[in-house]
Design a protein around this ligand. Sequence first.
Ligand code: FAD
Ligand code: NAP
Length: 376
Amino acid sequence: MTQPIPSFRATAGIVPGGLTLSLAGCASTPGTPRTEAATSADLTPYNTLALPARAARLVSVRHVAQLMALRRAQPRFILGGGSNLVFAGDFDGLVLHMAIAGRQLVHEDDDAWYVEAGAGENWHEFVLWTLRSGWPGLENLALIPGSVGAAPIQNIGAYGLEAGERLHRVEAIDMHSGEWVHFDRAACRFGYRDSRWKQEGWHLDGRFAIVRVTFRLPKRWQPQIRYADLAAELADVAQPDAGQIADAVIALRQRKLPDPARLPNAGSFFHNPVVDAAAATRLLASYPALAHYPQPDGRCKLAAGWLIEQAGWKGRRLGPVGMYEKQALVLVNHGGACANDVLALMHAVQRDVRERFGVELTPEPTFFPLLPEGAG
Ligand code: FAD
Ligand code: NAP
């Protein structure tokens, strides 16, 4: 179990698996505005790939009481910044756009700072705030789009750091029971770009709405600059501090990744495949330049961007979509694309990588509504 943080939530009960339940009076938050829904809402501005889609209802959630009032509405979908989504069609249900604000230092001891943020806080702004406040630890994750509440869903990661390594506790509303639930790090079952939300399908059915996340930032700070690009960016800095690392990460990302506001995209479109040692050895015999990273369990992570580039897709278009010219792993919308265009390109890239390398690429963003079996 994690260490307790002194707070009003200290009365919460604890159940096995590191999951904590409390029936805190979240429905009685004073001053809560009425829950007003937009009907037949346009979701285009709510996804960074800018795919057109509509939802029957859309509510901006600023208070937990709104979640309590709406928890019986079915079907539902929980939306953050829409930066890891492919809207595959219209949705005849309720979209809860998480906009719960607030961030604070909730505890400090000899070893660490504990910082908490509402699910609707912008992730990058949150990272910058921790750094300005003198609490290092999240700098490698600077400039990742999206919300704090979505960070645990795919255990966001970049430049050798995953959010799960710093996560202390997730607070969520169980939309079935109305209970206030706490997940500690173990209960989140983090994996590589993976978590219990994905494993259980909660990222699709909106079972647990994350309302707040607390991070533990150790005072014994160590720079993490083992990625070659980051090390090269900092080559002239003898002992980079957290702020300098964040600046380097931001500069690298601005150079290499498309800004969704200018060229809509959802970041890396495919997972980096992890193959067994025998498959890696076989591939390396034919492709000695294959970008690969041995894993602690003996398997080997392959750089999906390298495979896509070698398959001839870097900078290439199919209709209104294409694979980005500076990073082949990013699928971009050049204008006017719909979900079918994205699917056509996804399938073409998967086919070519499969035929050339015998490796299966799986998409990283969540498709919603879920595609029929076999379509994805
Ligand atoms: P959304 O896309 O809105 O939602 C993603 C999933 O989380 C959905 O299933 C949704 O239902 C669920 N969800 C969202 N909020 C909540 C909540 N409060 N409670 C319960 N469920 C919720 N990812 C990385 O890991 N590393 C990167 O370096 C990275 N770089 C990116 C760069 C670009 C240019 C882009 C466009 C994307 C990048 N991403 C990266 C992907 C994306 O930014 C992250 O996955 C991010 O965490 C998504 O946040 P979001 O708020 O936009 O979530
Ligand atoms: P990069 O540095 O060019 O590296 C290419 C790939 O090789 C990455 O996917 C990375 O895996 C892997 N890699 C590189 N150095 C590694 C090392 N020392 N140890 C283990 N793996 C290594 O990648 P990039 O495209 O410029 O992105 C930089 C970072 O931002 C990466 O961590 C990437 O995951 C992250 N990013 C993520 C998204 C997203 O949407 N998920 C979008 C943009 C960038 P990992 O991906 O496992 O780190």
